[in-house]
Ligand binder design. Structure first.
Ligand code: ADP
Ligand code: ADP
Length: 243
């Protein structure tokens, strides 16, 4: 059972090729790190895997996540939408709504991508509120449920963002530089939490990182990019032995 299948994925911005016919297979249900220097295409690849954006429509282009088509040349609108609803996305800058409470930010994960924002005000069910509290408890943030997000540290905000993915019942989590804005201790805590969620909930995680040491410590699979191409893919353990 493949987690990720990528065939001939390309993306150009104006005349610049950000992804050059990438092909990639990931079967390992653990944590996969996308590594590479700034500008090598990590974020662009992650956004295409998650279905947040669309690739160049090339002959032979195909991306499947957990078997669902997220990029192709054909019309796959229905499948694309379904997968987007079940892929959690974690951002470097957390992407929480600062003036809302922690709990409401997690409840946002229960909204489908088509829900209107005006439905936000006070109409979540009792059950959804309980699920959101359980998700906050899972990431160690239950005590902060009724605080505004703006009062939290970066590490705490990232935990809330992870709770929002759990609320969304994500079947896979994509995390784009989730620790780049954090101090080393918070960074370790967030990586430990992702590792724990991966192991206990069995949710595969793909994470872009620029620190190789974190990748070796917390990830099982490494994919290294250089100028829009995959130049290395392998088990982290293989690299660890050489280092
Ligand atoms: P990384 O995440 O490895 O730093 P990115 O995926 O952000 O790399 O960027 C890869 C290349 O694509 C870079 O040259 C970047 O300037 C370019 N790029 C990314 N997003 C855009 C965009 N929205 N518009 C124009 N160029 C972009
Ligand atoms: P929109 O910008 O409103 O999404 P598009 O014409 O770009 O309009 O796309 C219409 C639909 O076709 C999208 O909602 C999407 O589901 C699907 N789609 C567009 N481009 C791609 C692509 N490269 N791969 C797969 N599906 C696509």
């Amino acid at each position: 059972n493949k987690i990720i299948e990528v065939r001939s994925l390309s993306k150009s911005f104006d005349n610049k090729k950000a992804l050059k016919e990438i092909s990639l297979d990931i079967s390992h249900p653990g944590i996969t790190a996308l590594l590479g220097p700034s500008g090598s295409g990590k974020s662009t690849l992650l956004r295409h895997l998650s279905g947040l954006v669309f690739s160049d429509r090339r002959e032979g282009t195909e991306v499947r996540i957990l078997g669902e088509l997220v990029q192709s040349r054909g019309k796959a609108a229905q499948q694309v939408r379904r997968c987007r609803a079940r892929a959690g996305y974690i951002f470097q800058q957390f992407n929480l709504v600062n003036r809302l409470s922690v709990l409401t930010n997690v409840l946002i994960g229960a909204l489908s991508s088509t829900a209107k924002w005006r439905t936000l005000t006070g109409c979540f069910t009792q059950e959804q509120q309980q699920q959101a509290m359980a998700a906050l408890d899972r990431v160690g943030m239950a005590d902060y449920a009724h605080q505004r997000v703006s009062t939290l540290s970066g590490g705490q905000q990232q935990r809330v963002a992870i709770a929002r993915s759990l609320m969304q019942k994500a079947r896979i989590i994509f995390a784009d530089e989730p620790i780049a804005s954090l101090d080393p201790e918070s960074a370790r805590n967030v990586m430990e939490l992702l590792k724990d969620i991966n192991e206990r909930e069995g949710i595969p995680i793909v994470v872009t990182l620029h620190q190789v040491d974190y990748a070796l410590k917390y990830c099982q699979q490494l994919v290294a990019l250089r100028e829009g191409e995959v130049f290395y893919q392998g088990a982290a353990a293989d690299i660890g032995e050489q280092a």
